[in-house]
Design a protein around this ligand. Structure first.
Ligand SMILES: NC(=O)c1ccc[n+]([C@@H]2O[C@H](COP(=O)([O-])OP(=O)(O)OC[C@H]3O[C@@H](n4cnc5c(N)ncnc54)[C@H](O)[C@@H]3O)[C@@H](O)[C@H]2O)c1
Length: 433
């Protein structure tokens, strides 16, 4: 690299400078009476979450129109589009000429005349798709996480900066940030309800994840198709479960820490029970300790092993109290140090996935598109850093993770390429790059 490596301080500084310099250029769609204008939405990645995001985007405003869709595979595209056409008869306008299949489908969706793109492929592709969308001046909804490696994350940071220069909206699928009860809870934490935050322990523990039984090695002969169909199990595509899934817990930790980066982390984990080539090279458990300034220590644990205790919880311990969040039952409480409940969130009927789209499209229509870019990049890097520490068995600083040269995602892909599976990491032997 020609430039000196970015540091924790640079990361914070550049975020705030960029924030201050946003609000200059407005894309054409934002000029004039935009509130009732049709906003054309393009979907890239027509799987479970992409289809869900398209549903929410269309529900967010009757003048939002699904205009183009793209997926690596035709069967995924047809199934998703068929369901969306059934659900939203007048809001889906996607003729055959705007249905794109293949690895370049994202560019065709972006170039089809859309105003907003929903990026919901496996996360390995997010940096490339986000960069192309922002280069073309599109507002973006991006599912979490935003990258799987250091080069991808740095690309996302550059694109975030570009999106701010262009005043484009960026909404991140770290959906808990849009949950009304979680917002109430984190506001109380920020206002000092438990005093000074000392420690956080967050968990994402569940059973084994068994996806895509149909697409096994026996009946999917091309390496790339096999791995894309089963993307969850390959570290280059998903980032491993700590990045792909448990990043939600890590994002809540980051939220409580004011989205300031930690100093370093250390991790333990492995692949104890998961086995077989169809399950790629990801681990089945992680335990990471993050050290923040002022002796604040945050601990993350995640596991995907059947017949083990499940929990999706976040406990924050402060100098004057405790905050306990149960993500499964949606119970959130603040207690004093003796355990007496001082405040409890009364669950209300709300859908955080819908809230994020409602707020995002409203902000675009009000010509004040918001930008989650900095915090989505920061939370993604936190999770990547935890994986790096766990895979290598080494202490990893924020600067090391931010400047990592390990490139998991191949620069060029073609359907007939040989794509050997990288061996499962071995702490102590796997090197940090
Ligand atoms: N916020 C949440 O709570 C939440 C929940 C589930 C999934 N997600 C995230 O959403 C993303 C997608 O997950 P999913 O569960 O929908 O997976 P999925 O497998 O159901 O869908 C992924 C889709 O992307 C397509 N695809 C793969 N590579 C592509 C490429 N290069 N170009 C175009 N299309 C491509 C696949 O064919 C598939 O249709 C992941 O990043 C995941 O972490 C977020």
């Amino acid at each position: 690299m020609d430039m000196p490596p970015p540091s924790r301080r640079d990361f914070l500084k550049s975020s705030s400078i960029l924030l201050a310099s946003s609000g200059l250029a407005f894309p054409n769609i934002l000029r004039g009476a935009v509130s009732t204008a049709k906003l054309k939405v393009g979907l890239v990645g027509c799987g479970g979450r992409g289809s869900g995001a398209a549903n929410q985007a269309l529900k967010a405003d009757p003048n939002n129109i699904l205009w183009a869709v793209g997926d690596a595979f035709e069967d995924k595209l047809s199934a998703s589009l068929g369901a969306l056409q059934n659900n939203f008869k007048t809001q889906v306008d996607v003729p055959e000429g705007r249905q794109f299949v293949g690895l370049d489908a994202f560019q065709k969706v972006i170039d089809s005349g859309v105003d907003v793109v929903l990026l919901a492929t496996p996360p390995a592709f997010r940096p490339q798709h986000f960069k192309a969308a922002v280069a073309a001046g599109k507002h973006c909804f991006l599912e979490k996480p935003m990258a799987t490696d250091g080069p991808g994350l740095r690309s996302v940071l550059e694109t975030v900066a570009e999106s701010k220069r262009k005043n484009l909206g960026v909404c991140a699928g770290f959906c808990w940030r849009y949950h009304p009860g979680m917002r109430e809870t984190f506001k109380r934490l920020a206002d000092g309800a438990i005093g000074t935050l000392l420690t956080n322990y967050n968990t994402y523990n569940g059973g084994a994840v068994d996806r895509y039984p149909k697409w096994n090695r026996k009946n999917t002969t091309r390496d790339l198709e096999w791995q894309l169909r089963r993307w969850y199990y390959f570290s280059w595509l998903s980032g491993d479960s700590i990045v792909e899934q448990a990043c939600h817990s890590i994002d809540k930790m980051a939220w409580a820490m004011g989205d300031k980066p930690p100093i370093k982390c250390i991790g333990h984990g492995g692949r104890q029970v998961r086995s077989g080539e169809d399950y790629g090279n990801i681990f089945d458990h992680f335990s990471v300790v993050y050290d923040y300034p002022n002796n604040v220590r945050c601990m993350h644990a995640s596991r995907q092993i059947n017949l083990t205790a499940a929990s999706n919880t976040d406990s924050f311990y402060g100098s004057e109290g405790i905050c306990e969040i149960n993500g499964s039952s949606k119970q959130f409480a603040i207690k004093d140090l003796k355990g007496n409940v001082k405040w409890r969130y009364t669950p209300e009927k709300s859908d955080m996935y819908q809230v994020e789209h409602d707020e995002f499209f409203a902000s675009i229509r009000a010509s004040k598109p918001f930008n989650d870019g900095d915090r989505m990049a920061s939370s993604t890097l936190l999770a990547i850093m935890g994986r790096m520490a766990t895979y290598t068995g080494q202490e990893i600083t924020w600067e090391m993770a931010l400047n990592s040269q390990e490139r998991l995602v191949p620069e060029h892909l073609d359907w007939d390429m040989k794509l050997p599976v990288v061996p499962v990491a071995l702490p102590g032997i796997t090197q940090f790059l």
